[in-house]
Structure formats: C-alpha cells, structure tokens
Write a protein that binds this ligand. Structure first.
Ligand code: CMC
Length: 364
C-alpha cells in the first residue's frame, strides 16, 4: 500500500481530492475565482441564471440556449411535487422538508434533470415556508427572472428590482466555493454514478450542519439576544466561556476576511431594511473579532460569509429557519457542475483508512 498523505485527523485539510475548473478559493489572499471571474466581477452584476450557465457550460451538452426560460419551465414542473407536503413534513425543519421534496425527483444525468434540481430548492423552500405559516403555496411564474420569482413565491406578492438584485447577489456569491464539505459530498456520490438527484441530496445533507451552511439562522438569534452594542462583549465572552463557537466567524481556508462577506454587506446596504440593524451588526462583528483575537492569538479567526448572509436574508424576509435552504438554492449550481466534472474525469472516490481496532485472536 502507498504511504497515506494524512491520517484523516486533520479533516483532510492537506489532501487535494480534485482538479477543477470551477472555482478557486485563495485563503491567504482572500480571493474567490469562479470559472475565470473574480467574485467582485460577478456579485451585484450577474443574474443567477447567467451564473448557472457559466458553471454548467461545457459540462452539459444539452443545455438549452434560452436557459432563463428553461429554468422557469423547470420551476413550473417541480411545483407538482409540492402536493406531497404533508403535516409530517411540515413539522420538520425547512431544510429537511425541502430535501424530502427534492428526493421525489427522478435521478438522471441530463440537463433537464439538472435544471429541475436548480429549480427544486427555490420552489420547495418558498412552498414550505408558506405552508408552515399556514399560507397556500404560490405557483411559479416561468416568465419571471429566477430571483424575482423566488421572492414572489415566498411572499405571494411581486418583489422590487432592488430586492431581486440583492437575492441574485447572494445566490451568485455562494454558487461555488472549491471543495467545501457539501461539494465534496456531492462529488463522492456522483463518482459512484448514482445520478444527479442523489448527488444534490448529498450536498443538501452536508450543507445542513452548523459548521457549514447551518450557521446564519443562529446568527440572528445571537444578534437578537445581544440586543444592543453595549451588551456585545459580555454576551460573546459568556458564549466562548461555555465553549460555544461564534457563528459567522472562522473558516477552514480563509485566514483573512472572507471576500463574500463584503459582497453581501454591500447588498444589505442596497435594501433600506431595518434602520440601524447593519450598524448594530457591525458593532457586534467588531467586538467578536477583538475577543477572538484576544482569546485565540495564534489563530486568524475572521468574519465568514454567514455573518452578512444572515443580515441579507433577514432583510429579504426569509425566516431564519429557512436560511440554509436559501444557501442550497445558490450552491446547487456548483454541486451540479462538480458532479459532471467528477464524472467526466474522475474515478470512483474511495480513500483508504487505517485499521486501529483489535486484531483477531490467533486460532488455537
Ligand atoms: N468561534 C470560536 N472559536 C473558533 C471558531 C469560532 N467561530 N472557529 C474556530 N474556532 C477555534 C476552535 O475552537 C479551535 O480552537 P483550538 O485550536 O483552541 O481548539 C480553532 O479555532 C480551530 O478550529 P477548527 O474547528 O480546527 O477549525 P476549522 O478550520 O475546522 O473550522 C469552521 C472552520 C468554519 C468549522 C469554524 O471556524 C467554525 O466552527 N465556525 C463557526 C461556524 C460557522 O460560522 N460556519 C460557517 C462556515 S462558512 C460557510 C462555508 O463556507 O461552509
């Protein structure tokens, strides 16, 4: 057997598990490149449909030329599954209900399957949120741009252009991010040739955890409990004394500020949301960074994408319980492109383990 690169106890941090043309995360420079474009060229300037085309182009030969129209059609198709929302599912967290509806879609490996999977988190999240609030789900309008339709399905009323632009900024910003845990999970499943739906379900499941995509909901709880800037230091000190992690801070790759944080903060500014909320969040952020520097001087724990995600999705009136679902709405394009890239060039992903259990007793 060849010598292992790592014993796995470092979370595979030093293992290169794929070569990809999809995105590069430079943790030292604080730079994100998505298919040849830096994040600041894309965020705030690109619609999500165009980003889907950018990520999937070359991986799906049968991608329709009018992708926005095809995606609108896919939203309308998957809406049929919303009828399966029953009380059992509505008692679950939105991400679990959304995942269960997504699991109803057939596995396949063509562009039509991929577009239904791009549509699924958007349509199902809006329906679940409304149904949990006792309101009837709203059917998609295939003619609308994706972000505007998501907000309309969520609220039952049209959204303004600034709000749709802000949601596009979010979806584009989180669309792909190197070999993060959910993308790796999606690639592992894709490598078995299980199909695109299976790969996306693996991605959703990995994203759900608070160390990955589950952080922004608890950030709203943190801000609400802190209440005003004067309470920030004491609240944060107590949380760290309990051994809690501060949600929205720290990152496996970024050792400087996550560039996505500023792209999202900018989008929060466009929305004339709750007066003073952004300034309050900035004060909490500054306190958190100062305390993390004091307590962990050897680590560089900086603001990550989730902190301003929480502010942005709150300003767009998504309930905090559904924030991780909105992350999935954006990241699904990355999972689908990575799944195809894995299939095109990769072998079955099957790493090695080192057995450290007891050896069998020798036969007498
Ligand atoms: N608050 C307090 N301490 C922290 C934090 C935090 N947010 N993040 C890391 N640390 C400490 C950790 O306790 C450990 O300390 P020590 O060495 O003294 O035991 C040290 O920093 C290293 O932690 P680690 O778990 O080995 O670091 P990692 O690279 O695996 O962690 C992380 C990355 C994102 C899981 C972690 O920073 C974290 O738990 N952050 C809070 C949750 C969060 O914001 N998640 C969203 C991540 S961004 C979205 C995405 O791209 O997935």
């Amino acid at each position: 057997m060849t010598e292992p690169l790592t014993d796995g106890s470092d979370g595979l941090e030093r293992v290169i598990a794929a070569h990809t043309v999809l995105s590069e995360v430079d943790g030292a420079a604080g730079r994100l490149i998505i298919r040849g474009y830096s994040l600041d060229e894309l965020a705030g300037r690109t619609r999500y449909e165009d980003l889907v085309a950018l990520l999937m182009g070359g991986f799906y030969d049968d991608l329709p030329p009018d992708l926005p129209a095809a995606l609108g059609q896919a939203r309308a198709e998957v809406f049929a599954e919303v009828a399966a929302l029953d009380t059992g599912l509505l008692d679950r967290a939105p991400i679990e209900a959304m995942r269960a509806l997504t699991a109803r879609l057939a596995d396949g490996d063509d562009a039509a399957t991929a577009l239904r999977l791009v549509a699924a988190p958007a349509v199902f999240t809006a329906a679940v949120v409304r149904a949990q609030a006792g309101e009837a789900p709203v059917a998609p309008d295939p003619a609308l741009r994706h972000a505007a339709d998501v907000l309309r399905m969520l609220r039952g009323a049209p959204a303004g252009d600034a709000e749709a632009d802000a949601l596009d900024t979010y979806l584009v910003t989180v669309s792909d991010h190197g070999l993060n845990a959910s993308t790796f999970a999606a690639r592992v499943v894709a490598s078995t040739r299980a199909g695109l739906t299976s790969a996306v379900l693996a991605g959703i499941s990995a994203l759900k955890g608070p160390l990955h995509g589950g952080a922004p909901g608890p950030i709203i709880d943190m801000l609400d409990e802190i209440g005003e800037p004067a309470n920030a230091r004491a609240w944060i000190e107590q949380a760290l004394d309990r051994g809690d992690r501060l949600m929205g801070f720290g990152h496996r790759v970024y050792k400087v500020r996550d560039p996505r944080a500023d792209a999202l903060k900018q989008a929060v500014r466009w929305l004339d949301a709750r007066q003073g909320r952004l300034e309050f969040a900035e004060a909490v952020e500054a306190a958190a960074l100062a305390i993390l520097r004091e307590r962990k001087p050897s680590r560089s724990l900086q603001t990550n994408v989730e902190f301003y995600t929480a502010l942005l999705l709150e300003a767009l009136a998504f309930p905090p319980s559904a924030f991780t679902c909105v992350f999935a709405m954006g990241r699904v394009a990355g999972w689908l492109a990575h799944a195809r890239e894995q299939l095109a060039g990769g072998r079955l992903i099957r790493p090695a383990s080192v057995y450290v259990g007891p050896m069998p007793r020798k036969a007498a």
